[in-house]
Design a protein around this ligand. Structure first.
Ligand code: UDP
Length: 415
């Protein structure tokens, strides 16, 4: 199949860890690569944020990235991208009219908006129906519920995003929690498919080099440094542990810049203040952004990986930790409800509750046998359920169904 993936802000070419570069970048890059490896012809359309990029960037066998000019060829925060989507859609429509893909898959609501707009113009031009699938990666309705007035999404998201959900041929939800949210937005179950994100289980493995560490128990978080990731709660939990006599440390991976040059972003500064207030300067390491090449060694160095977001549309980090054979203590929210098995691959805790987090960690740190059991089960779960090969196969099955329907309709001249 000729597959067009649209990911307006999250380019497979981006460096991970900054405010707008996380799981969606990983998802689009890995899905494209796995689809390419299965013999499909994949083009990833992303907004041009660098004037020096060529027209097409070969990314993996069968996969090219096409940077689409829409607005300045420089970084633009994702919450300011909406006005640029018309220009983005114009290029998509012209490109797809010249060479029609079999299926289009939008990632994030604004990509869906541009993709649906362009596909409708292709239909008018060429006849037939170019099918559009949509993966949201995050839902504005959930973000607004969680963040209230702090939500910096454009106000139009509140009605444009549900419109994308209702217009797309299929919405691919990444977890059951998202499927419930989509139904509440008026998307019928018959147009929702649940396909989770995956993890590179050949790269994230239990065996291999680990970052050196001392005697202290090591806790680890890996995330973009934004408040909802709950890194502040992990620091507070460490404070409680230390005051209870547990000799532990916390390594925080993520942020814009590397350890020596972490940018003074608001959340990084806030976390520094929490660390100081808790008196944990010698027990918390702000490691900065770490590339995927080096991340397995960081996971392997940890006794427990903490994922404590207040909400989480999916969450690839727990899968990476599980693939590295580490036990995960995760809040019982969003995708983490599906991926982390309570008392199986780790433990669930309520969000925004450092006391319970500290209690659960204290028990687990004292029980090496249980940590090993969770870690082993996590590795098994990652390799059986969450390989990108399997995720690509499941996604391609949905593509194939829609593409076959549209080819049949093209033949009979139906819409
Ligand atoms: N990540 C990384 N380096 C960092 C911080 C994060 O490579 O310093 C990666 C992490 O390994 C994961 C992704 O960014 O693959 C985060 O994805 P997740 O779904 O957990 O969260 P999101 O950022 O999408 O909210």
């Amino acid at each position: 199949m000729r597959i067009a993936l649209v990911s307006e802000h999250a380019s497979p070419l981006a460096t991970l860890g900054g405010v707008d570069a996380g799981g969606q970048n990983v998802h689009v890059a890995a899905l494209a690569t796995a689809l390419g490896a299965q013999g499909h012809d994949v083009v990833v359309y992303t907004r041009r944020d660098d004037p020096d990029l060529p027209e097409q960037v070969p990314f993996a066998p069968g996969v090219v990235v096409v940077p689409v000019t829409a607005g300045p060829a420089a970084h633009v925060p994702k919450d300011e991208l909406l006005p640029l989507m018309g220009e983005f859609a114009d290029t998509l429509a012209a490109t797809w009219t010249a060479e029609r893909p079999d299926v289009v898959h939008g990632h994030f609501w604004m990509s869906g908006l541009a993709a649906l707009d362009a596909a409708e113009r292709v239909d008018l031009e060429l006849g037939g129906h170019l099918p559009v699938l949509q993966t949201f990666h995050a839902l504005g309705v959930v973000k607004r519920r969680q963040q209230g007035a702090r939500d910096t999404s454009p106000a139009e998201r509140s009605f444009l995003e549900p419109g994308v959900a209702r217009r797309a041929d299929v919405v691919v939800a990444t977890c059951s929690d998202e499927a419930f949210e989509l139904k509440a937005l008026g998307v019928p179950s018959s147009r929702i498919s649940v396909v989770p994100c995956g993890v590179d289980t050949a790269h994230f493995t239990p065996n291999g080099p680990a970052v050196p560490r001392g005697e202290r128990y090591r806790l680890l978080t890996v995330s973009r440094l934004v408040p909802r990731k709950g890194v502040g709660n992990a620091i507070e939990a460490l404070g409680l542990l230390v005051r209870a006599g547990v000799d532990a440390e916390l390594v925080i991976v993520g942020g814009a810049g590397d350890a020596g040059h972490l940018e003074a972003e608001p959340e990084t500064e806030r976390l520094r203040r929490v660390i100081e207030a808790e008196g944990l300067q010698d027990r918390v390491v702000l490691a900065g952004a770490i590339g995927h090449d080096d991340l397995p060694a960081w996971y392997r160095s940890a006794d427990v990986v903490i994922c404590a977001p207040w909400y989480e549309p999916f969450g690839i980090v727990p899968l990476e930790a599980m693939a590295c054979g580490r036990p995960v203590v995760a809040t019982r929210v969003g995708g983490l409800i599906d991926t982390v098995v309570d008392d199986g691959t780790g433990m669930h805790v309520p969000p925004r509750d450092p006391e319970t987090l500290a209690e659960v960690l204290a028990d687990l740190l004292q029980d090496p046998e249980r940590r090993q059991r969770y870690g082993d089960a996590g590795r098994r779960r990652a390799t059986t359920r969450y390989t990108w090969r399997r995720i690509a196969t499941e996604t391609a099955r949905v593509y194939g169904r829609l593409a076959a329907r549209s080819t049949a309709a093209l033949r009979t001249g139906e819409r």
